[in-house]
Design a protein around this ligand. Structure first.
Ligand code: AMP
Ligand code: MN
Ligand code: MN
Length: 315
């Protein structure tokens, strides 16, 4: 059921033990939105746990209360009255937690590919980030963010719109960012924390750039990252290299997780890559989407390229 902020407020009011979670391979929007809502629910006296079934990238260490995020094995979902799933468009995206629970799920999200999997869904496709929706919710609830919450929400919003550069940036996005700065958000600290790289990052990047390939009359550019050689590799920002090449309409990053698992990230200038990701069991937005293929690298690459070329031809 699609619900309103009024419904969300009622759901929260009648729940005492709330679990908040987000998607696997968490990003700034997922983590920032989870922590902002966590801090708010704590503030209003709820018993609340913030749970994630994945590792948290070290670059997000600076987020307030990040150390309070626990793994599904450390919580008893059966004792919760409500699970809030943030920034995830389908139930598989939250990992193991989904099999542990029978209590109602409230999903707050902004993905075009949302599958309407929850009992209660608040979906706003015009929001650049789930963090924007949380901001609107706090506004509806007349709740002024603390500095910690403002930093979490600023991180959520800024990371999902490429620090206010992507097409999803609206005047509302910028207004919310300004509002959060008024409440203590620190844009310089946030961007510095997220841009800081280990020295090895640059060494690895030079290798990854050697994998750059062009397809479809130089309209598709792809890079490949081999995680089997370096499992903890931070590949944040790598996809910007194929993305910002003149004439490129679709940029792809293939990540080889193991011999038969290929994670794919896609960015586009004008075609709907969320459709392509969905057709491979993934999801995302019009211009940024991803999926994971259970196949070897060469097959996965052929399949993704064929799907993109098909769409570019139809265009
Ligand atoms: P990424 O390329 O990982 O930065 O993801 C781009 C967008 O696609 C984000 O909004 C992700 O949440 C979404 N996305 C990536 N992988 C998947 C997946 N396997 N299933 C659903 N959505 C995904
Ligand atoms: Mn996300
Ligand atoms: Mn998001």
């Amino acid at each position: 059921m699609q619900c309103s902020f009024k419904d969300i407020s009622k759901l929260i009011n009648k729940s005492n033990h709330i679990i908040i979670t987000g998607h696997l391979q968490p990003d700034g929007d997922c983590l920032g939105s989870m922590l902002a809502l966590y801090l708010y629910l704590q503030d209003i006296g709820k018993k609340v746990q913030v749970v994630l079934d994945d590792e948290i990238p070290l670059s997000f260490r600076f987020l307030p209360s990040i150390q309070e995020i626990i793994r599904p094995s450390q919580t008893l979902c059966s004792q919760a009255d409500l699970i809030i799933v943030l920034d995830a468009s389908d139930i598989e995206r939250i990992g193991n937690l989904s099999t542990q629970t029978s209590c109602p799920i409230l999903n707050i999200d902004h993905h075009k590919s949302n599958t309407n999997f929850a009992e209660f869904t608040y979906l706003d496709l015009s929001a650049a980030a789930t963090g924007e929706i949380i901001c609107d919710l706090f506004d509806y609830l007349h709740y002024d963010p603390t500095q910690a919450i403002a930093n979490c929400l600023y991180t959520a919003i800024a990371t999902d719109c490429g620090f206010f550069r992507y097409a999803n940036t609206t005047s509302a996005t910028l207004r919310k960012a300004a509002f959060l700065v008024d409440f203590g958000a620190q844009p310089n600290l946030i961007s510095e924390s997220l841009q800081m790289r280990a020295p090895e990052y640059i060494a690895i990047l030079t290798g990854v750039l050697q994998t750059l390939e062009f397809f479809h009359n130089q309209q598709i550019a792809a890079i490949t990252v081999d995680l089997t050689k370096n499992p903890l590799l931070d590949s944040e920002g790598f996809i910007d290299y194929p993305r910002y090449i003149e004439g490129i309409r679709v940029a792809i990053m293939f990540k080889i997780v193991d011999e038969n698992t290929i994670r794919v990230s896609m960015r586009s200038t004008d075609i709907d890559v969320s459709q392509i990701a969905l057709s491979f069991g993934g999801g995302g937005h019009l211009r940024a989407a991803g999926c994971t293929l259970t196949d070897n690298y060469l097959n996965a690459k052929d399949k993704i390229l064929a799907a993109i070329e098909n769409m570019l031809r139809d265009d």
